[in-house]
Write a protein that binds this ligand. Structure first.
Ligand SMILES: NC(=O)c1ccc[n+]([C@@H]2O[C@H](COP(=O)([O-])OP(=O)(O)OC[C@H]3O[C@@H](n4cnc5c(N)ncnc54)[C@H](OP(=O)(O)O)[C@@H]3O)[C@@H](O)[C@H]2O)c1
Length: 310
Protein backbone atom coordinates (compact mmCIF):
# COMPACT_ATOMS: atom_id res chain seq x y z
CA UNK A 1 0.00 0.00 0.00
CA UNK A 2 1.27 3.48 -0.84
CA UNK A 3 0.61 6.22 1.69
CA UNK A 4 1.00 9.87 0.70
CA UNK A 5 1.77 12.08 3.68
CA UNK A 6 0.91 15.74 3.19
CA UNK A 7 0.82 18.85 5.39
CA UNK A 8 -2.30 21.02 5.68
CA UNK A 9 -0.96 23.26 2.93
CA UNK A 10 -0.70 20.18 0.65
CA UNK A 11 3.13 19.92 0.76
CA UNK A 12 4.44 16.35 0.64
CA UNK A 13 6.19 15.54 3.93
CA UNK A 14 7.79 12.36 2.51
CA UNK A 15 8.77 12.80 -1.11
CA UNK A 16 7.29 9.94 -3.14
CA UNK A 17 5.18 8.66 -0.21
CA UNK A 18 5.66 5.61 2.02
CA UNK A 19 5.30 1.96 0.94
CA UNK A 20 3.76 -0.22 3.64
CA UNK A 21 2.69 -3.87 3.98
CA UNK A 22 -1.02 -4.50 3.72
CA UNK A 23 -1.08 -5.51 7.38
CA UNK A 24 0.79 -2.37 8.55
CA UNK A 25 -0.54 -0.38 11.50
CA UNK A 26 -0.69 3.41 11.90
CA UNK A 27 2.19 2.99 14.35
CA UNK A 28 4.25 1.41 11.53
CA UNK A 29 3.49 4.44 9.37
CA UNK A 30 4.58 6.78 12.18
CA UNK A 31 7.85 4.87 12.55
CA UNK A 32 8.40 5.03 8.80
CA UNK A 33 7.85 8.83 8.86
CA UNK A 34 10.31 9.09 11.74
CA UNK A 35 12.93 7.03 9.87
CA UNK A 36 12.61 9.20 6.79
CA UNK A 37 12.43 12.62 8.47
CA UNK A 38 14.58 11.91 11.57
CA UNK A 39 12.95 14.94 13.28
CA UNK A 40 9.35 13.81 13.72
CA UNK A 41 9.27 10.98 16.30
CA UNK A 42 5.85 9.27 16.64
CA UNK A 43 4.46 11.28 19.59
CA UNK A 44 5.22 14.51 17.65
CA UNK A 45 2.99 13.40 14.78
CA UNK A 46 -0.73 13.98 14.44
CA UNK A 47 -2.09 12.00 11.50
CA UNK A 48 -5.62 12.54 10.24
CA UNK A 49 -7.72 11.61 7.24
CA UNK A 50 -8.19 14.47 4.75
CA UNK A 51 -11.47 16.39 4.95
CA UNK A 52 -13.27 18.13 2.12
CA UNK A 53 -12.43 21.87 1.88
CA UNK A 54 -15.11 23.88 3.68
CA UNK A 55 -16.42 20.83 5.53
CA UNK A 56 -17.43 21.46 9.15
CA UNK A 57 -16.76 17.83 10.13
CA UNK A 58 -13.96 17.06 12.55
CA UNK A 59 -10.96 15.29 11.02
CA UNK A 60 -10.58 11.60 11.99
CA UNK A 61 -7.37 11.18 14.01
CA UNK A 62 -5.55 7.95 13.14
CA UNK A 63 -5.19 5.58 16.10
CA UNK A 64 -1.64 4.11 16.22
CA UNK A 65 -3.00 0.73 17.30
CA UNK A 66 -5.33 0.36 14.29
CA UNK A 67 -4.24 -0.97 10.90
CA UNK A 68 -3.99 1.28 7.84
CA UNK A 69 -6.62 -0.91 6.20
CA UNK A 70 -9.11 0.29 8.84
CA UNK A 71 -8.93 3.75 7.26
CA UNK A 72 -8.86 2.74 3.58
CA UNK A 73 -12.58 2.73 2.88
CA UNK A 74 -12.40 0.16 0.06
CA UNK A 75 -9.33 1.49 -1.76
CA UNK A 76 -6.51 -0.62 -0.30
CA UNK A 77 -3.80 0.44 -2.79
CA UNK A 78 -3.28 4.02 -1.77
CA UNK A 79 -4.21 6.42 0.96
CA UNK A 80 -3.49 10.06 1.71
CA UNK A 81 -3.03 11.20 5.29
CA UNK A 82 -2.62 14.68 6.70
CA UNK A 83 0.39 15.33 8.91
CA UNK A 84 0.70 17.91 11.67
CA UNK A 85 3.85 18.51 13.71
CA UNK A 86 2.82 18.78 17.37
CA UNK A 87 6.23 20.20 18.31
CA UNK A 88 8.72 18.78 20.84
CA UNK A 89 7.01 16.50 23.38
CA UNK A 90 7.69 15.40 26.96
CA UNK A 91 6.05 12.55 28.85
CA UNK A 92 3.11 13.47 31.09
CA UNK A 93 5.02 12.16 34.09
CA UNK A 94 7.93 14.53 33.33
CA UNK A 95 5.53 17.47 32.93
CA UNK A 96 3.81 16.77 36.27
CA UNK A 97 7.08 16.11 38.11
CA UNK A 98 8.58 19.44 37.00
CA UNK A 99 5.39 21.28 37.95
CA UNK A 100 5.25 19.81 41.45
CA UNK A 101 8.95 19.74 42.32
CA UNK A 102 9.08 23.55 42.18
CA UNK A 103 6.56 24.25 44.96
CA UNK A 104 7.89 21.32 46.99
CA UNK A 105 11.38 22.87 47.01
CA UNK A 106 10.56 26.59 46.93
CA UNK A 107 8.10 26.70 49.85
CA UNK A 108 10.44 25.20 52.52
CA UNK A 109 13.19 27.63 51.44
CA UNK A 110 11.06 30.49 52.79
CA UNK A 111 10.44 28.55 56.01
CA UNK A 112 13.91 27.19 56.77
CA UNK A 113 16.29 29.82 55.39
CA UNK A 114 16.80 33.48 56.37
CA UNK A 115 15.50 34.78 53.03
CA UNK A 116 13.67 37.76 54.53
CA UNK A 117 16.91 39.55 55.35
CA UNK A 118 17.36 39.89 51.57
CA UNK A 119 13.96 41.64 51.52
CA UNK A 120 15.17 44.17 54.13
CA UNK A 121 13.94 42.59 57.42
CA UNK A 122 16.73 42.74 59.96
CA UNK A 123 14.95 41.56 63.14
CA UNK A 124 14.76 38.07 64.64
CA UNK A 125 12.12 35.84 62.93
CA UNK A 126 9.87 33.99 65.39
CA UNK A 127 8.22 30.97 63.70
CA UNK A 128 4.52 30.56 64.60
CA UNK A 129 3.01 27.05 64.96
CA UNK A 130 0.63 27.76 62.05
CA UNK A 131 3.63 28.46 59.81
CA UNK A 132 5.16 25.10 60.74
CA UNK A 133 1.89 23.22 60.13
CA UNK A 134 1.37 25.10 56.86
CA UNK A 135 4.84 24.06 55.63
CA UNK A 136 4.20 20.38 56.38
CA UNK A 137 0.68 20.56 54.93
CA UNK A 138 1.99 22.15 51.74
CA UNK A 139 4.82 19.63 51.33
CA UNK A 140 2.48 16.72 52.04
CA UNK A 141 0.17 17.96 49.29
CA UNK A 142 2.86 18.19 46.60
CA UNK A 143 4.60 15.01 47.75
CA UNK A 144 1.23 13.23 47.41
CA UNK A 145 0.81 14.65 43.90
CA UNK A 146 4.26 13.38 42.89
CA UNK A 147 3.49 9.90 44.25
CA UNK A 148 0.14 9.93 42.42
CA UNK A 149 1.89 10.94 39.21
CA UNK A 150 4.40 8.11 39.55
CA UNK A 151 2.17 5.34 40.87
CA UNK A 152 -1.55 6.16 40.49
CA UNK A 153 -2.58 8.11 37.39
CA UNK A 154 -3.13 6.18 34.19
CA UNK A 155 -2.80 8.85 31.54
CA UNK A 156 -4.47 8.34 28.17
CA UNK A 157 -1.92 10.56 26.40
CA UNK A 158 1.71 9.58 26.73
CA UNK A 159 3.10 13.03 26.00
CA UNK A 160 2.40 16.74 26.21
CA UNK A 161 3.99 19.66 24.27
CA UNK A 162 7.27 20.84 25.81
CA UNK A 163 5.89 24.39 25.92
CA UNK A 164 3.38 23.22 28.58
CA UNK A 165 6.29 22.49 30.93
CA UNK A 166 7.29 26.19 30.90
CA UNK A 167 3.70 27.44 31.15
CA UNK A 168 2.73 25.11 34.00
CA UNK A 169 5.99 25.61 35.89
CA UNK A 170 5.53 29.38 35.79
CA UNK A 171 2.03 28.90 37.25
CA UNK A 172 2.95 26.48 40.05
CA UNK A 173 6.37 27.85 40.94
CA UNK A 174 5.30 31.50 41.01
CA UNK A 175 2.23 30.85 43.13
CA UNK A 176 4.33 28.60 45.40
CA UNK A 177 6.84 31.40 46.01
CA UNK A 178 4.12 34.07 46.34
CA UNK A 179 2.17 32.12 49.00
CA UNK A 180 5.32 30.95 50.83
CA UNK A 181 6.57 34.55 51.03
CA UNK A 182 3.44 35.77 52.83
CA UNK A 183 2.69 32.75 55.05
CA UNK A 184 6.28 32.59 56.35
CA UNK A 185 6.72 36.35 56.61
CA UNK A 186 8.19 37.67 59.92
CA UNK A 187 5.25 40.11 60.21
CA UNK A 188 2.64 37.37 59.53
CA UNK A 189 -0.34 37.50 61.92
CA UNK A 190 -1.70 34.02 62.75
CA UNK A 191 -5.42 33.21 62.92
CA UNK A 192 -6.94 31.81 66.15
CA UNK A 193 -5.91 28.35 67.28
CA UNK A 194 -9.43 27.00 66.66
CA UNK A 195 -9.58 28.40 63.13
CA UNK A 196 -6.18 26.91 62.36
CA UNK A 197 -7.28 23.47 63.59
CA UNK A 198 -10.56 23.60 61.66
CA UNK A 199 -8.76 24.69 58.47
CA UNK A 200 -5.98 22.11 58.53
CA UNK A 201 -8.30 19.34 59.84
CA UNK A 202 -10.83 19.93 57.07
CA UNK A 203 -8.05 20.27 54.47
CA UNK A 204 -6.43 16.99 55.49
CA UNK A 205 -9.73 15.11 55.24
CA UNK A 206 -10.14 16.57 51.73
CA UNK A 207 -6.59 15.52 50.76
CA UNK A 208 -7.38 11.93 51.78
CA UNK A 209 -10.68 12.12 49.88
CA UNK A 210 -8.82 13.50 46.84
CA UNK A 211 -6.39 10.59 46.97
CA UNK A 212 -9.28 8.13 47.15
CA UNK A 213 -10.91 9.81 44.13
CA UNK A 214 -7.66 9.31 42.19
CA UNK A 215 -7.64 5.61 43.11
CA UNK A 216 -11.20 5.29 41.78
CA UNK A 217 -10.18 7.01 38.52
CA UNK A 218 -7.15 4.74 38.23
CA UNK A 219 -9.38 1.66 38.37
CA UNK A 220 -11.31 2.86 35.31
CA UNK A 221 -8.35 1.98 33.08
CA UNK A 222 -6.00 -0.96 32.56
CA UNK A 223 -2.34 -0.49 33.61
CA UNK A 224 -1.20 0.51 30.08
CA UNK A 225 -3.65 3.44 30.12
CA UNK A 226 -6.09 1.86 27.66
CA UNK A 227 -9.82 1.67 28.26
CA UNK A 228 -10.76 5.20 27.22
CA UNK A 229 -13.18 7.20 29.33
CA UNK A 230 -15.63 5.44 31.64
CA UNK A 231 -18.36 6.66 33.96
CA UNK A 232 -16.64 7.29 37.31
CA UNK A 233 -18.65 5.69 40.13
CA UNK A 234 -18.44 5.34 43.86
CA UNK A 235 -17.85 7.74 46.78
CA UNK A 236 -18.35 11.41 45.71
CA UNK A 237 -18.39 10.45 42.02
CA UNK A 238 -21.99 9.31 42.59
CA UNK A 239 -22.89 12.97 43.08
CA UNK A 240 -20.34 14.96 41.08
CA UNK A 241 -18.47 14.28 37.81
CA UNK A 242 -15.10 15.74 38.84
CA UNK A 243 -15.02 14.78 42.53
CA UNK A 244 -11.21 14.90 42.45
CA UNK A 245 -11.36 18.60 41.54
CA UNK A 246 -14.07 19.24 44.18
CA UNK A 247 -11.86 17.79 46.91
CA UNK A 248 -8.82 19.65 45.52
CA UNK A 249 -10.69 22.97 45.77
CA UNK A 250 -11.90 22.15 49.29
CA UNK A 251 -8.46 21.15 50.47
CA UNK A 252 -7.02 24.50 49.32
CA UNK A 253 -9.94 26.19 51.10
CA UNK A 254 -8.87 24.36 54.29
CA UNK A 255 -5.30 25.61 53.84
CA UNK A 256 -6.59 29.17 53.38
CA UNK A 257 -8.94 29.04 56.39
CA UNK A 258 -5.89 28.08 58.47
CA UNK A 259 -3.37 30.51 56.97
CA UNK A 260 -5.55 33.42 55.73
CA UNK A 261 -3.47 35.22 53.08
CA UNK A 262 -4.56 37.15 50.00
CA UNK A 263 -1.95 35.19 48.01
CA UNK A 264 -3.48 31.86 49.08
CA UNK A 265 -7.03 32.95 48.26
CA UNK A 266 -5.92 34.28 44.88
CA UNK A 267 -4.38 30.88 44.08
CA UNK A 268 -7.62 29.21 45.18
CA UNK A 269 -9.68 31.41 42.83
CA UNK A 270 -7.35 30.84 39.86
CA UNK A 271 -7.06 27.07 40.49
CA UNK A 272 -10.84 26.76 40.96
CA UNK A 273 -11.52 28.60 37.69
CA UNK A 274 -9.06 26.40 35.77
CA UNK A 275 -10.56 23.23 37.26
CA UNK A 276 -14.12 24.44 36.62
CA UNK A 277 -13.29 25.03 32.97
CA UNK A 278 -11.75 21.54 32.66
CA UNK A 279 -14.60 19.95 34.64
CA UNK A 280 -17.19 21.44 32.24
CA UNK A 281 -15.26 19.89 29.33
CA UNK A 282 -14.99 16.49 31.05
CA UNK A 283 -18.69 16.53 31.99
CA UNK A 284 -19.66 17.38 28.39
CA UNK A 285 -17.41 14.63 27.02
CA UNK A 286 -18.90 11.97 29.33
CA UNK A 287 -22.47 13.05 28.49
CA UNK A 288 -21.63 12.80 24.77
CA UNK A 289 -19.89 9.42 25.10
CA UNK A 290 -22.68 7.95 27.25
CA UNK A 291 -25.73 9.30 25.45
CA UNK A 292 -28.01 6.29 26.04
CA UNK A 293 -28.26 5.60 22.28
CA UNK A 294 -27.44 2.38 20.36
CA UNK A 295 -26.94 0.34 23.54
CA UNK A 296 -24.60 2.84 25.19
CA UNK A 297 -25.37 3.60 28.85
CA UNK A 298 -26.81 7.01 29.68
CA UNK A 299 -24.65 9.27 31.79
CA UNK A 300 -26.40 9.71 35.15
CA UNK A 301 -27.54 13.10 36.43
CA UNK A 302 -24.63 14.66 38.30
CA UNK A 303 -23.23 17.98 39.42
CA UNK A 304 -20.17 19.08 37.44
CA UNK A 305 -17.79 20.19 40.17
CA UNK A 306 -19.29 22.20 43.04
CA UNK A 307 -22.71 21.04 44.27
CA UNK A 308 -25.17 22.68 44.80
CA UNK A 309 -24.06 25.47 42.43
CA UNK A 310 -22.51 23.75 39.41
N1 LIG B 1 -4.25 23.53 41.55
C1 LIG B 1 -4.57 23.47 40.27
O1 LIG B 1 -4.59 24.47 39.55
C2 LIG B 1 -4.94 22.13 39.66
C3 LIG B 1 -5.42 22.10 38.35
C4 LIG B 1 -5.73 20.84 37.80
C5 LIG B 1 -5.53 19.71 38.55
N2 LIG B 1 -5.07 19.75 39.82
C6 LIG B 1 -4.87 18.51 40.64
O2 LIG B 1 -4.12 17.56 39.93
C7 LIG B 1 -4.89 16.34 39.83
C8 LIG B 1 -4.66 15.68 38.48
O3 LIG B 1 -5.17 16.55 37.50
P1 LIG B 1 -5.76 16.06 36.11
O4 LIG B 1 -6.42 17.23 35.49
O5 LIG B 1 -4.69 15.33 35.38
O6 LIG B 1 -6.91 15.02 36.64
P2 LIG B 1 -7.95 14.24 35.81
O7 LIG B 1 -7.69 14.42 34.36
O8 LIG B 1 -9.32 14.55 36.21
O9 LIG B 1 -7.72 12.73 36.25
C9 LIG B 1 -6.55 12.09 36.63
C10 LIG B 1 -6.37 10.79 35.82
O10 LIG B 1 -7.60 10.06 35.72
C11 LIG B 1 -7.94 9.87 34.36
N3 LIG B 1 -9.40 10.02 34.17
C12 LIG B 1 -10.13 11.14 34.44
N4 LIG B 1 -11.45 10.91 34.14
C13 LIG B 1 -11.52 9.64 33.67
C14 LIG B 1 -12.59 8.82 33.17
N5 LIG B 1 -13.86 9.28 33.15
N6 LIG B 1 -12.31 7.56 32.74
C15 LIG B 1 -11.04 7.09 32.79
N7 LIG B 1 -9.96 7.81 33.26
C16 LIG B 1 -10.21 9.07 33.68
C17 LIG B 1 -7.20 10.95 33.59
O11 LIG B 1 -7.01 10.51 32.27
P3 LIG B 1 -6.47 11.43 31.05
O12 LIG B 1 -5.00 11.18 31.01
O13 LIG B 1 -7.16 10.88 29.86
O14 LIG B 1 -6.84 12.85 31.34
C18 LIG B 1 -5.92 11.08 34.39
O15 LIG B 1 -4.98 10.11 34.03
C19 LIG B 1 -6.35 16.77 40.05
O16 LIG B 1 -7.21 15.78 40.50
C20 LIG B 1 -6.17 17.84 41.06
O17 LIG B 1 -6.02 17.24 42.34
C21 LIG B 1 -4.78 20.96 40.38
Amino acid sequence: MKVTVVSRSGREIIKGGVELDDSATVSDLQNAIHRRTKKYYPSRQRLTLPIQPGSKEKAVVLNPKKTMQDYCDGNTDKLTVMFKDLGPQVSYKTLFLFEYLGPLIIYPIFYFFPVYKYFGYKGERVIQPVQTFAMYYWCLHYFKRILETLFVHRFSHATSPLSNVFRNCIYYWTFGAYIAYYVNHPLYTPVSDLQMKIGFGFGLICQVANFYCHLLLKNLRSPDGSGGYQIPRGFLFNIVTCANYTTEIYQWSGFNIATQTVAGYLFLVVAASIMTDWALGKHRRLKKLFDGKEGRPKYPRRWVILPPFL
